[in-house]
Design a protein around this ligand. Structure first.
Ligand code: PLP
Length: 450
């Protein structure tokens, strides 16, 4: 592989960086305060930065390269599709799109049989909400404070994390509720059972106070990702399903980050005894090689639009290059047993090794996750659980930890006072062990700061 890293490639990366600083406007950034990392090549679980340094990619970029970088089967499928038919408008039928829809619905509950394809996750959530509103004839939508649903109009309003605040005046009908979070309970709960009961009681009260008959949908990440990768306590997700059933509310599961094997199951909601009405997805569906998202809906919601038109669409809905990549990704995940592998890796390697970090480091307050979806939460004080920085802020030491990891050849994902460990589902055991060892050494910086 290293023979691919030539002086010419490094020079192209250097030139790319200069042009980036002159012309590229980056997401979520103060444009002149950032120094984006240049990436010039990638393969499997590894990428190469602008200096030609090899880094273990524990970020899967934004948690989406589930089959790793440049998987040959997916690359080949995209090339074959491009050679035959690069693009086709959504009003036509196309084999790549149909097969992608078939493979996706095959993985979901029996009564989910149709897919509306979008360009990404926020798009999917926008359309899911629109469908739920048209289906129920109601207006309000409930979402959790600890959530991320995307950067578009409705999606950013649905989002619970602080990025919402600068733009949350735009969409009406959005109501937020407090989700369970056992490690830092908003309800003062002593254990998981109490947390599930109290969080459900709070949601029941919210429905009562808002008027359940005006609520079209509840949107939920079964395992919230960006908000901190925490497993809801047993019974909570099932309780939300029950409240939706009682009040005729559509349950939208946002599987954009957690779907397609990330948590060691095909979808995060499979950890619980629930069936959603709508599943939104993106990212892992084709490992992000070509942008793709979608709304998978059950037969009841589909029936609303069977005779009357759905008033929405996208120029690139079901783009054949993206769908061919999805078909190859899903088939490859089946053929190579990646979901089962990720589950085993989570249960037997990542989970136990992160637990050891918790025992060893005074700054590690909590570790949690499943499959290839993990978070390390850093604290000032293990007993009081005081976070390293207040909610919504990032302690400067976090940047130092990430920089030290990079120096030692590892790229972890940082979010507020947490490190997220989200490798490809097929990462080699020896590679993830190396990655955790590097994080272990770098965490000394956090220990010394408290
Ligand atoms: N929903 C969830 C759970 C996500 O994690 C994300 C992105 O991180 C989105 C929606 C938005 O997806 P996109 O950035 O593709 O619009």
């Amino acid at each position: 592989m290293t023979e691919r890293i030539t002086p010419e490639l490094i020079e192209a990366g250097r030139r790319g960086y200069e042009l980036d600083r002159q012309h590229v406007f980056h997401s979520w950034s103060a444009q002149e305060k950032i120094t984006p990392m240049t990436v010039i090549d990638a393969q499997g679980s590894w990428l190469w930065d602008g200096e030609g340094q090899r880094l273990l990619d524990l970020t899967c970029q934004l948690i989406y390269t589930n089959v790793g970088h440049r998987h040959p089967k997916v690359v080949e499928a995209i090339k074959e599709q491009a050679d035959r038919l690069c693009t086709i408008a959504p009003q036509h039928a196309n084999d790549a799109r149909s097969e992608a829809a078939r493979l996706i619905t095959e993985l979901l509950p029996q009564d989910i049989n149709h897919v509306f394809f979008t360009n990404g996750g926020a798009d999917a959530n926008e359309h899911a909400v629109r469908m739920a509103r048209l289906h129920t004839g109601r207006h309000k939508v409930l979402s959790a404070y600890r959530s991320y649903h995307g950067g578009r109009h409705m999606a950013i309003n649905l989002t619970g994390d602080p990025r919402r605040i600068a733009s949350d005046r735009a969409a009406d009908g959005v109501v937020h509720f407090l989700p369970p979070y056992t490690y830092r309970s908003y309800f003062g709960s002593a254990d998981e059972k109490q947390e599930a009961e109290r969080a459900l009681g709070h949601l029941r009260d919210t429905l009562l106070l808002e008027g359940a008959s005006s609520v079209a949908a509840i949107i939920l990440e079964a395992i919230p990702g960006t908000a901190g990768i925490y497993m809801p306590p047993p019974g909570y997700v099932e309780g939300v399903r029950q409240l939706c059933d009682e009040h005729g509310i559509v349950l939208i599961m946002d599987e954009v980050m957690a779907g397609f094997g990330r948590s060691g199951r095909w979808f995060a909601h499979e950890h619980f005894d629930v069936e959603p009405d709508i599943v939104t997805f993106a990212k892992g569906v084709n490992s992000g090689y070509v942008p793709l998202g979608g709304v998978a809906m059950d037969d009841e919601i589909y029936a609303t639009f069977a005779q009357d038109p759905y008033p929405g669409g996208l120029t690139y809905s079901g783009h054949p290059l993206a769908c061919a990549a999805a078909v190859a990704t899903i088939r490859t995940m089946h053929e190579e047993g990646m979901v089962e592998y990720a589950r085993r890796l989570g249960d037997q390697v990542i989970g136990p090794r992160l637990e050891e970090l918790k025992d060893r480091h005074p700054s590690v307050g909590d570790v949690r996750g499943a499959g290839a979806f993990w978070a390390i939460e850093l604290v000032k004080d293990k007993d009081t659980r005081e976070p390293l920085a207040p909610y919504g802020q990032t302690a400067p030491v976090m940047g130092e930890i990430v920089a030290e990891c990079r120096r030692q050849g590892v790229l972890p994902f940082m979010n507020m006072n947490r490190l997220h460990i989200c490798p490809p589902l097929n990462i080699l055991e020896e590679d993830i062990v190396f990655g955790i060892e590097v994080i272990d050494r770098a965490l000394r910086i956090a220990d010394e700061s408290i």
